[in-house]
Design a binder for this molecule. Structure first.
Ligand code: B16
Ligand code: MG
Length: 217
């Protein structure tokens, strides 16, 4: 029986939420309203399109299809300008330790992200080579909490869903992992992620002993 590991990107491997926030805030301000850090919490793990729908709701703005599409492009161009300068220093603590633990044991690793910018980000921070498969916003039709992204990742790793471990920082992502029948591990606020099978504030809290129990599950 083989086991596989699936990592979410934003909030698990790198903290890109702050760049998403700045880009959405710029758009909100241009449209004449504020966008707070607290509101940005609702955007975690959510697709770009859905984020814009929520943003326009917050600002009480009705958009034509043309405007909507143009604002999607504007937001992404601003976001791309932020991630342009990303480097390995932005990898979250102990992520490389966990990736090395798995690589040393030849355990297959997948990325399961809602982002359409996942590949360039992994490349910029120098982690691309760890991943046997990348399933991201370009490969899915249904957003988290739908399990599609993780099920495609499991299939592409050749591992049964019930033998997959998922690391996620968003509630929608934990729900997606649970719906896929996978072992869900919340990285972040245990109160928000209480539906996860296990919770850790970050990877520095996850010792080798725990990783060992996961790979021998
Ligand atoms: P993009 P994850 C998600 O990534 C982010 O958490 C979410 O805030 C963002 O809107 C979404 O990716 C789409 O990103 O605009 O780059 O396609 O957490 O699923 O890795
Ligand atoms: Mg995330």
């Amino acid at each position: 029986r083989s086991i596989g590991f699936i990592f979410d990107l934003d909030g698990v491997i790198v903290d890109t939420a702050k760049y998403h926030y700045l880009a959405w805030k710029k758009l909100a301000n241009e449209l004449g309203f504020e966008f707070t850090h607290q509101q940005n919490e609702l955007f975690k793990g959510v697709s770009r399109k859905r984020c814009l729908e929520i943003l326009l709701d917050i600002g009480n703005i009705n958009a034509t299809q043309e405007q909507f599409d143009a604002w999607m492009v504007d937001k992404n161009e601003d976001y791309l300008a932020y991630i342009e300068n990303m480097n390995a220093s932005e990898i979250l603590p102990d992520v490389p330790r966990v990736l090395d633990f798995l690589k040393d044991r030849q355990i297959p690793i997948a990325l399961g992200s809602a982002s359409k910018n996942a590949r360039p980000i992994l490349e910029k921070v120098g982690l691309l080579s760890y991943f046997d498969t990348i399933v991201d916003g370009n490969n899915v039709t249904k957003a988290k909490p739908d399990p599609e992204v993780f099920l495609i990742a499991a299939r592409s790793l050749g591992v049964n869903p019930s033998d997959c471990v998922v690391f996620e920082d968003a509630l929608a992502g934990i729900q997606a992992a649970n719906a896929a029948g996978m072992i869900s591990i919340g990285i972040g606020d245990a109160k928000i992620l209480s539906e996860a099978n296990y919770n850790f504030a970050d990877f520095t809290e996850m010792d080798t002993e725990f990783l060992q129990t996961l790979v021998t599950y």
